[in-house]
Design a protein around this ligand. Structure first.
Ligand code: NDP
Length: 479
């Protein structure tokens, strides 16, 4: 297929205001963490972006103490009408610094600037706006009169949506009157530390938000700290299970948002060109580093060949490369470890006998990239049909009847999301009733809204984030 030629349109990296060194944020101050400093790297160029001071377990203890003090003396007793003003101010400041945050996110994570600019950062601001609106209305949220906050929330987030996952965690916690100790992922700490500057700019009382960069052991120190009342974790199912085991028998409240292997189900009456756009968005958005990615395409057998032809033609037009270029569709893979994992699973797909098709788009020599790939002839027993690849790789399976589609879609230990493509409203409702997934999108995919609760079934975790339901995870409510 012929492709448009695009002149380079790079966003300026100066907008990111990169500093040579970033430090943990505890008790309202940036402090020298006593952990070993780490370096954060641009995955598209492999250059070091900045040094990051990390927290030690004793810094986590200091952060939890600061959060406890702020909770008891200031934030917990503060009327919701006052808390709302702070949360609103955070939202406004994220908007004001949106370009800086978007460029910084793209540099640190590798995602295309058009995604960080048009999706991650605006949605992060939207979460703060939405929750600011709840802060003074909790008495009327249906949780009984005067629902109380839990106390100190320990929050651990992954690298795929660094600022957005922070917003999903911090906004509801603050709106409901809790204070926070948050650990960003080791490979993507920068936007969280700029958010700490925003907390200072907003005059947020010291200790209400604390950010402790570090690796998994610091996440464990946050989760296991005895004075943390609530743990919220987003990441791999493996670490989620470990956290659940660790917290079993303690009084801590827990929500887990873990992996997924979502089915995107296309029936023979679906508008195919529209479905192709949805399939592309479902698996190639954010390089497929999305827990709710539509990584298993289930297509009705009678239209499989036609749909696959259209899909390959469309995927051939995706532009891979410099994430700062405004025309880039697919950016860099966040780390060499993740790239190795993708390659290993792709090799297993080939060994198991699935047919691999990979776009012939040019791939930069420097940096960590993986060209968009579609496997057809995939059997349910193959690893590429069962395991989360977390990369730009789609596994295509076929079905003949709606019952078979449901059986195959639900044949996974996960249950985070699903998509249904059909022109029949009744079939959408029939499918949505049967799919064991926290979110079911109809004739669309990857739509997010702070008002819509998000969360999983089975090994995708439990608890909901967003919406009125998401508030409950941060409140003592009357049963
Ligand atoms: P992890 O689950 O290891 O990381 C998520 C967060 O938890 C990070 O901040 C990590 O720290 C931290 N962490 C690691 N170990 C512990 C622990 N024992 N206690 C508390 N916190 C801990 O995911 P990875 O980044 O290693 O990715 C591995 C795989 O997980 C991916 O290939 C993908 O399949 C899946 N994944 C799923 C995500 C989702 O949204 N569902 C998000 C990210 C990954 P640090 O990173 O600094 O070591």
């Amino acid at each position: 297929m012929s492709q448009w030629e695009y002149a380079p349109a790079p966003e300026s990296r100066d907008i990111a205001n990169l500093k040579p060194k970033y430090r943990p944020f505890i008790g309202g101050e940036f402090v020298d963490g006593s952990g070993d400093p780490s370096k954060t790297v641009n995955p598209a160029t492999e250059e070091v972006l900045a040094e990051v001071g990390t927290a030690s377990a004793s810094d986590v203890d200091t952060a939890v103490k600061a959060a406890r003090k702020a909770y008891e003396r200031v934030w917990g007793p503060m009327p919701g009408t006052e808390r709302a003003k702070y949360v609103f101010r955070l939202a406004r400041l994220i908007q004001e610094r949106a370009r800086e945050l978007a460029v910084l996110e793209t540099l640190d994570n590798g995602k295309p600037i058009k995604e960080s600019r048009d999706s991650d950062v605006p949605t992060a601001a939207a979460h703060f706006f939405y929750h600011a609106g709840w802060a003074d209305k909790l008495d009327y949220a249906g949780f009984g009169p005067d629902p109380r906050p839990l106390g100190v929330a320990g929050q651990v987030i992954p690298w795929n949506f660094p600022l957005l996952m922070l917003a999903w965690k911090v906004a509801p916690a603050l709106a409901t009157g809790n204070t926070v100790v948050l650990k960003p992922a080791e490979t993507t700490p920068l936007t969280a530390l700029v958010f700490a500057e925003i907390c200072q700019q907003a005059d947020l009382p010291p200790g209400v938000v604390n950010i402790v960069p570090g690796a998994g052991d610091i996440g464990a120190a946050v989760v296991e700290h005895p004075d943390v009342d609530k743990v919220a974790f987003t990441g791999s199912t493996e670490v989620g299970k470990h956290i659940q085991r660790t917290l079993a028998g303690t009084r801590k409240r827990l929500t887990l948002e873990l992996g997924g292997k979502a089915a995107n189900v296309v029936f023979d009456d679906a508008p195919l060109d529209q479905a192709v756009e949805g399939i592309v968005n479902g698996i190639f958005f954010n390089q497929g580093h999305v827990c709710c990615a539509g990584s298993r395409l289930l297509v009705q057998e009678s239209i499989a060949d036609e749909l696959l032809d259209k899909l390959r033609a469309r995927v051939s037009t995706l532009r891979l490369g410099d994430p700062l270029d405004k025309n880039t569709d697919i950016g860099a893979i966040n780390s060499p470890e993740q790239l190795a994992k993708i390659k290993e699973l792709v090799a297993s797909g080939e060994q198991d006998g699935a047919q691999r098709w990979t776009s012939s788009c040019p791939v930069p020599e420097k940096g960590w990239f993986f060209a968009p790939t579609v496997f057809s002839g995939v059997e349910q027993s193959m690893r590429i049909a069962r395991e989360e690849i977390f990369g730009p790789v789609l596994s295509v399976l076929t079905f003949r009847t709606p019952d078979e589609a449901v059986a195959k879609a639900n044949n996974t230990p996960y249950g985070l999301s699903a998509g249904v493509w059909t022109e029949k409203g009744s079939r959408i409702l029939w499918m949505a009733d049967r799919l064991r997934a926290g979110v079911v999108w109809a004739n669309t995919f990857n739509r997010f809204d702070p008002a819509a609760p998000f969360g999983g079934y089975k090994e995708s975790g439990f608890g909901r984030e967003g919406g009125r339901t998401g508030l409950e995870a941060y409140l003592h409510v009357q049963g």
